[in-house]
Design a protein. Structure first.
Length: 201
């Protein structure tokens, strides 16, 4: 748990207070899954042990940022309001600036640069996690376990599939993160497959 009380359970409570729709809640969980996987990789790079409080705080920051990135979208879906309304509420409640800036940065139209690793990870995982969910739901089993990276890459080229997903954001996200797109797809897919039960996939 984060020492300041802004932990995952607090983020989930805020998300569910503002968001009634199951699909948006599941989207938040999908993004969280991918973002936290990158957070764990970052913690490993920093040499933070499992028992290190710093690791726990870092992962809480990654989880809460992902869970809250769209928490205002159901009530305020317009480009003029999302994510600005939500970020103002987060500021009022005292949530960390690094979280708020990353959330602003995931909206390409906000004018806020993605100048932290967290901000880049959130942007890179947002559209992709939704696309991976779509790839799972068209399988006869509707199981993400049956999705393969090569199939995802093929469907990305099919403009008629999951039209709502911004392909350019998926590509740009991997570029900004400095990872190969195929590796990024495989990494996020594996993360979501490990949490399939939680994601309902």
């Amino acid at each position: 748990m984060s020492s300041n009380g802004f932990d995952r359970s607090a983020a989930w409570a805020l998300l569910t207070e503002w968001t009634q729709g199951e699909s948006l809640r599941k989207h938040a969980l999908g993004v969280e899954t991918c973002v936290v996987a990158y957070g764990n990789a970052e913690a490993d790079r920093l040499g933070l042990e499992e028992s290190d409080p710093e690791r726990g705080e870092l992962l809480d920051l990654y989880a809460t940022t992902a869970l809250l990135h769209d928490f205002d979208y159901e009530k305020h879906p317009s480009l003029e309001e999302h994510p600005f309304v939500g970020v103002r509420e987060l500021e009022r409640l005292g949530w960390p600036e690094s979280l708020r800036r990353a959330i602003l940065g995931h909206a390409t139209y906000s004018g806020v640069p993605r100048d932290t690793y967290l901000a880049k990870v959130l942007f890179a995982c947002d559209e992709l996690s939704g696309f991976l969910t779509a790839c799972a739901l068209v399988k006869p089993s509707k199981a993400i376990a049956d999705v393969e990276p090569a199939n995802v890459r093929k469907k990305l080229k099919d403009k008629a599939f999951a039209r709502g997903v911004n392909r350019q954001d998926v590509i740009q996200g991997a570029e900004e993160l400095g990872v190969d797109l195929d590796a990024h797809i495989a990494f996020c897919l594996a993360a979501m497959q490990r949490r399939a039960d939680l994601l309902g996939l």
